[in-house]
Design a protein around this ligand. Structure first.
Ligand code: SF4
Length: 257
């Protein structure tokens, strides 16, 4: 099932200790990759971000706020913020103290406040208050890096980008779908390896899978719908409790075992 193998990272590097798959070239069979995404699609045909938003601008602000924070925490803040201020002009009008009042429950809120206000000013000055549609323009906005740009391009504008976060990085390495030593390598391999028909939704499936099933500690391999296709050598075959399974969101399916 596999192609050539050869070492590409030092055996003692932090990446290879955390993700031994990154040690070698591994070419998961393309049929297996297709089967993995076919199952993800059957389980959750229309996956999307768990961030709540009503426009590309709101999504951009929510993604900036989500750095090192949970989507749940961001949603709690934006549910109050967006009804009051849902355009760059209105957020600018809140001022620093006003915006901080809405987002102070979120980590790094002081830096995020400055970035959001500067981003709003740039959107007004250069883009007529709209969110630009190119990676280059997005990455020039304060607080917007490659991952944020990828989320906006994918989720607001429908492009088949891969916003590799900690969850996708873990799932891509464990499964063997796209092993890589850093997020850029995983992103590049996902863009190359994921069958085209799944390109747009792949990053949402992988994030959700990593967030709820293939979690960092004690992944739920026993009920994972791709456990027969996954190459992870240290699968956790303990059955999760019914209570834990009951807490999974509706789009997350498990094996009936
Ligand atoms: S079998 Fe385990 S390691 Fe593999 S994808 Fe499923 S939960 Fe993750």
């Amino acid at each position: 099932m596999r192609g050539n193998c050869g070492e590409i990272f030092p055996r003692d590097s932090p990446q290879t200790k955390r993700f031994p798959q990154a040690l070698s070239f591994q070419f998961m069979n393309s049929h297996i990759r297709k089967e993995i995404f076919t199952r993800f699609k059957a389980a959750n045909p229309h996956p999307t971000t768990e961030l709540e938003y009503g426009s590309p601008f709101q999504l951009l602000i929510a993604v900036i706020l989500s750095a090192q924070a949970t989507d749940k925490g961001v949603n709690l803040a934006t549910r109050k913020l967006f009804p009051k201020a849902n355009t760059p002009e209105k957020i600018l009008a809140l001022g620093e103290a006003g915006l901080q009042d809405y987002i102070k429950s979120i980590g790094l809120y002081k830096t995020k406040t400055k970035n959001i206000l500067a981003t709003c000013a740039m959107l007004i000055q250069h883009y007529g208050g709209e969110v630009p549609r190119t990676r280059e323009q997005l990455e020039k906005l304060p607080g917007v890096g490659r991952k944020t740009a990828n989320v906006v391009l994918n989720t607001a504008f429908g492009e088949p980008t891969m916003a590799v976060d900690t969850h996708i990085f873990r799932v891509a390495n464990r499964t063997g779908i796209a092993p890589g030593k850093d997020v850029l390598e995983v992103e590049r391999k996902l863009l190359k390896n994921v069958p085209r028909e799944f390109g747009h939704d792949a990053h949402h499936w992988l994030i959700l899978h990593g967030r709820y099933i293939c979690i960092a500690r004690k992944p739920m391999c026993a009920v994972c719908i791709i456990n027969d296709l996954c190459e992870f050598k240290e699968k956790n075959l303990d059955m999760p409790s019914q209570e834990r399974l009951n807490k999974l969101p509706p789009g997350i399916k498990t094996l009936n075992v």
